[in-house]
Design a protein around this ligand. Sequence first.
Ligand SMILES: [Zn+2]
Length: 374
Amino acid sequence: MRLLDTFGQPAVRQQWDTVLQQGKLPHAILLYGEPGSGILPGALSLANDILCSTPVYGKACRKCPSCNRAQKLIHPDLHFLLPLAGSKSLSIEYYDAWREAIGANPWMNVFQWTQFSDVEGKQVDIHKEDIEQVTTNLSYESFEGGNKVLIIWMSQFLAKEGNRLLKMIEEPPAQTYFILVTNQREQILPTIRSRCMQFFFPPISATEINSLLINLYHTDARQAEQITLESVNDMGTAMALARNSIVNLKEELTAWFRTILNRKPNEIVTWTTRMAGLEKEEQKQFLLYAIASVREILHENSDRNIYSHQTGSREMFKYMNEHFNPVVWQQVVQGMQSGYEKIARNANTKLLWLFLTITIKNTLSAYRLQHINT
Ligand SMILES: [Zn+2]
């Protein structure tokens, strides 16, 4: 099994196959969904189709030298625009880090990318000079005489600088394709969006996660089943869980919320000290998992019960749902996200966990529903 063949979204893949077979792929394509839904592997797969020199029914043959280079992300006509720190940074200078990041986790989010590009904690953007550089490169003939592809990853970071690309998207140079990838479609200029054929990537299904874990990442079947249950339809979380054998995220999360809900200050100190003693990466992974789980509570509230296969932590979530005003969860997520960023910026983790735990405790107290006495 190859990631580029499936990327966990068979329905999207099937749509593309039809479009490619009919030779109707437009030159501007927008893929949107959460990073854990496979938007980046999807973009790489489609780019490979476009760059293949001997396509079969429009699809990549995966055998020719062009396919080989596209799969290794070293095809000279495969360009990327990436969110970077520093207005003078160029994406091309980060291609090594980018390849390494994709190799490690093609389901990564922006936070994880900033770790790979060594700009953790800094503000990133897609910058003017980078856009100008890449549009100049695209205006030349292709290196291999075939198609050229530009993947704009997390293209919401274009913001209004997107205008610099607009003209090229409207009147593209010959054999040039743009693949925009985003988890915030609304942030993309409507003038650009309207030029693109758009594809939505829904949360990845449990069946697909299970299959990717077993066939692509060689996870043991029983472990894969457990991870699929815990991964909240997010392949990024699933991969993190598959790699994380030290901390049992679910148990740890339950322990944390118990500590928060109890009225024993000692327990808070004990728990936060223990968490602060873990590797920084583990702490960050734990927070990502906690954020995904709390989002699940939000979804339960809105009756969008797409995670109904997840039964393990159901009881605790049910309790929390019944006892707190739903508006609290957005604030809890924000607190956790800010905690994540602070850990990424090398904050004192012992103080951070203490502060974060007490803040969440206070937020929850403020929104505890009055009709239930506990
Ligand atoms: Zn090929």
